[in-house]
Design a binder for this molecule. Structure first.
Ligand SMILES: [Zn+2]
Length: 82
């Protein structure tokens, strides 16, 4: 049986394995890491987007509050002057 080194840990492995260039341990590790990264992949950009958009949303809410306050106080003083 032909032998080669595991591309990750350098252990001697048989070329005939189904995991290609890696020994069975490293192949299992790589598989679980891939699964983890696939699980985290949709969450991380979403979180980054949320946190990047948060100050803008807060700013927009503050501006809206000020606008509503100014509008109400203006119409109130208009009512009071009548
Ligand atoms: Zn290995």
């Amino acid at each position: 049986m032909e032998k080669q080194q595991c591309a990750r840990c350098g252990k001697q492995i048989e070329v005939d394995t189904s995991s290609g260039d890696y020994c069975s341990e490293c192949a299992a590790k790589i598989r679980s890491e891939l699964a983890l990264s696939f699980q985290l992949k949709p969450v991380l950009p979403w979180l980054r987007k949320r946190s990047a958009r948060l100050p803008f949303v807060t700013l927009a809410l503050v501006v809206l509050n000020v606008a509503v306050y100014l509008f109400i106080s203006q119409s109130l003083s208009a009512v009071l002057e009548m």
